[in-house]
Design a protein around this ligand. Structure first.
Ligand SMILES: *Cc1c(COP(=O)(O)O)cnc(C)c1O
Length: 403
């Protein structure tokens, strides 16, 4: 037995007089005490702005801020800290890339590939950029089991002028793990730049940007046991050097006159304004926490929960799992015959069980599977088999009440 569960104080509370059963980690993870303490410590004793002051608190905050950058660099194995940009989250990182790379370097006649299973934050920024730059967005379809249609992907690569691919590593809705190594390799053979949405994957498997050889990669700390409002955007240095800044303001400049500005070096060139200092500093505790775990142990533990839940779900009459790809992370989307996901979510909530219901920011994927919403349970290291029992009992109770 591990002690992971005991490190998350949020789980010690009751919701509607029941022990909280938290099955919504794909939306955001709970925070271990060490991360909570780091936020409190910064605001209690360490408040200062970074990169500006010469006084003790400011230089100490700057040191800690840069220590987190080093932790992030090491976490994804980037070559240099210059390739590690702090953002507000995955969405912010993807918008940065869409504005400063796609809108600048893709032209009319160029094609950008995304898939049907993308999160809206890996769709809409490209559409906005395409409206400015005139490039075309094409879609890699999803097969009935929720895996990516790799044959069509290869055909698109052969027949279209593909300049960029932006693809999710692990689907937040289906749990599908995409073969990104292969996608990156094939994309590069075609001369395309490849961007990875790693929002879901980083908490479940080792993501090594040098081994993957991806050009861009984004994730959010709040799905990695860290604070909200902090993300990492990785970009290869040679690409980041030629990209224009995304936002202008303090910290990203070298010299400003009213007529003209020269920009700061990487990574500051992409970090305009006062960042989420407390969040970034506390993110170090999240990276340390991840460092204290072992990805193989996480994988085995979560796989066991996923298999158990899948098996128990298959015994519930009228329950259909959406997304049954061979390679899956611990996320299960499902629908229940004659029960609206929203009603199911409300009834489960009354029993202290937190799941997600809705379109999960993936409306094209909902359309693909002929639904407008699903219920989604997601598992991580602090869940256990008893959580799954509670969920299964809860679903059965809801079925009785609603049918
Ligand atoms: C959560 C999520 C996002 C968006 O992340 P934010 O933290 O909301 O910016 C993008 N893609 C996937 C796959 C996600 O799960």
């Amino acid at each position: 037995m591990n002690n992971w569960r005991t490190l998350f104080p949020c789980l010690k509370q009751k919701v509607h007089d029941r022990d909280l059963v938290y099955l919504d980690s794909a939306a955001t993870t709970l925070k271990p005490q060490s991360v909570i303490d780091a936020v409190t410590k910064h605001y209690t004793f360490g408040t200062a702005n970074v990169h500006r002051g010469i006084h003790f608190l400011s230089s100490d905050a700057t040191r800690q801020f840069e220590e987190t950058r080093e932790s992030a660099r090491s976490f994804i194995n980037a070559k240099t800290h210059k390739e590690v940009i702090f953002t507000k989250g995955t969405t912010d990182g993807l918008n940065l890339i869409a504005n400063s790379y796609a809108a600048e370097f893709l032209k009319q006649g160029d094609v950008l590939l995304i898939s049907t299973m993308e999160h809206h934050s890996n769709i809409v920024p490209w559409q906005l950029a395409a409206q400015k730059a005139g490039f075309t967005i094409k879609e890699i379809p999803v097969l009935d089991d929720g895996s990516l249609d790799m044959n069509t992907f290869k055909k698109l690569l052969d027949s279209e002028n593909v300049k960029m691919i932006s693809i999710v590593h692990v689907s937040n809705t289906l749990g599908t793990i995409n073969p990104i190594e292969e996608i990156i390799k094939l994309g590069h053979q075609k001369g395309a730049v490849v961007c990875i949405d790693a929002a879901q994957s980083v908490a479940h498997a080792k993501v090594d940007v040098q081994k993957l050889d991806c050009d861009f990669l984004c994730f959010s700390l709040h799905k990695l046991f860290g604070p909200t409002g902090v993300g990492i955007m990785f970009g290869k240095q040679e690409l980041l050097e030629k990209m224009p800044p995304y936002q202008g303001g303090g910290a990203m400049i070298k010299e400003v006159t009213i007529e003209k500005t020269t920009y700061n070096e990487l990574p500051e060139k992409f970090e305009a304004g006062t960042p989420n200092i407390a969040g970034v500093i506390a993110s170090k505790a999240a990276f340390d926490f991840m460092g204290s775990l072992n990805f193989q142990a996480i994988h085995d533990y979560e796989e066991n929960l996923l298999n158990l839940a899948t098996e128990k779900f298959s015994q519930i009459e009228g329950l259909r799992i959406i997304g049954t790809a061979k390679k899956k992370c611990s996320v299960i989307s499902f629908e229940l015959k004659d029960v609206h996901p929203h009603d199911l979510g409300m009834l489960l909530d009354q029993q202290g069980i937190a799941i997600r219901t809705g379109h999960h920011c993936t409306q094209p994927l909902m359309k693909r599977f002929g639904v407008t919403a699903t219920a989604r349970a997601s598992f991580t290291i602090y869940n256990n088999e008893s959580d799954i029992d509670s969920l299964v009992n809860g679903i059965n109770k809801a079925k009785e009440l609603l049918s």
